[in-house]
Design a protein around this ligand. Structure first.
Ligand SMILES: Cc1ncc(COP(=O)(O)O)c(C=O)c1O
Length: 360
């Protein structure tokens, strides 16, 4: 089966095979594996000098929640930039944690506008942190990271970036772009298996964050101190998932790094978009906003299929696609990330064409 979703997604056999071994979580071999994981994560975004990687058990949301809890103090204030579900989720997390939070919203088909962010920061000196979603997986839209990071840096605020669905496939250089904390997980563009998330945080900022988190387990400061003290995870690590993540990072390097992965995903996306348009499906996003991660397609008016029936027909042929997440338009999504190639999309398109020919 081929997963054409935003994750978990199709992984390489070599990555899954790395999970066939048992590891002692306090054994030197696993301590070295964890160190390699942390080194490779910071290396991927050129953060060796300024940042430290803090892996955390759980899905991506766990890292988002841990970052807000650890980095935004109760006296501080978070500005969330939202143009989709994941931006809204950050605001929800901050609210649950009792943090002061304000949300600037855009339509789901529109990118975050740096000028509005600058204005909001000028008007409210209480805002200390800004949260942005790099690739809004709700639609597949890519937000203008460099421009927003520039505005946040010039206003001397801290940027928290949800790079969950871009990390590993869209180049980020922490020497060039000012990001206080970058959040990601193993099971998206890194092509690892689900079970761990990462925060790559400015070391100086993290060092000042002791005692801020109200949670024992979702505390990036204590998690970091734990790694620094003895190289070990504070609580039971998903050892096999860590091994798979390290293998996936080695494979990413062999593939040529994020630039090469970006090219492969772009090839996938170009094949998908051209083929779907030929079959009568219009993409939801303007092409300038489209990331190579996932595409949203409008369901044509009067289409004789329900999404569920279409999904089942494709699943029966070995392809798992994804439902839409928009409230105001009927859509579905197809992911281009994972261990998949252009030829997989050519075959997917042939399968869709065959399915549609049976009911038109
Ligand atoms: C941009 C973004 N943020 C956060 C998440 C949440 O990650 P998880 O479902 O692993 O908790 C996702 C998952 O798709 C995502 O795409």
């Amino acid at each position: 089966v081929i997963l054409l979703t935003p994750g978990p997604l199709t992984t390489r056999r070599q990555t899954r095979e790395a999970m066939l071994q048992d590891w002692g979580s306090r054994d030197p071999a696993f301590i070295e594996l964890t160190a390699e994981l942390r080194r490779r994560l910071t290396g991927l975004v050129h953060g060796e000098q300024s940042h430290t990687a803090v892996p955390l058990q759980g899905s991506g949301t766990f890292a988002v929640e841990a970052a807000i809890n650890t980095l935004v103090g109760v006296e501080e204030k978070l500005l969330v930039l939202a143009n989709g579900v994941y931006g809204e989720r950050i605001a929800q997390i901050a609210g649950r944690l009792g943090r002061r939070v304000e949300t600037l919203r855009w339509q789901e088909c529109a990118p975050v506008d740096p000028a509005r962010v600058r204005q909001a920061l000028q008007l409210d000196p209480a805002i200390s942190h800004v949260a942005l979603v790099h690739c809004e997986t709700t639609t597949g839209l890519i937000n203008p990271l460099e421009a927003v990071a520039g505005v946040v840096a010039e206003s001397q605020r801290h940027l928290i970036l949800d790079a969950m669905s871009s990390f590993g496939a869209i180049t980020i250089d922490l020497r060039q772009v000012s990001i206080a904390a970058l959040l990601a997980s193993a099971n998206k563009c890194l092509e690892g298996t689900p079970g761990i998330a990462f925060a790559i945080v400015e070391r100086q900022l993290l060092a000042r964050s002791k005692g801020k988190s109200s949670s024992l387990s979702l505390d990036l400061y204590e998690q970091w101190r734990g790694f620094e003290a003895n190289g070990q995870w504070r609580f039971t690590p998903p050892v096999q998932v860590v091994a798979a993540a390290v293998e996936a990072l080695r494979i990413l390097e062999q593939e040529g790094g994020p630039e090469a992965r970006h090219r492969r995903y772009q090839d996938n996306m170009a094949t998908l978009l051209a083929g779907m348009q030929r079959l009568g499906f219009a993409p939801y996003l303007d092409s300038r906003l489209q990331s190579p991660i996932i595409a949203t397609f409008r369901i044509p008016e009067g289409w004789p299929w329900t999404f569920e029936a279409f999904y089942a027909a494709l699943a029966a042929r070995g392809y798992l696609i994804y439902p839409g997440k928009l409230t105001h338009v009927d859509t579905f999504r197809i992911g281009c990330i994972g261990a998949v190639e252009k030829s997989d999309f050519a075959q997917l398109l042939a399968a869709i064409e065959e399915i549609l020919s049976r009911k038109t």
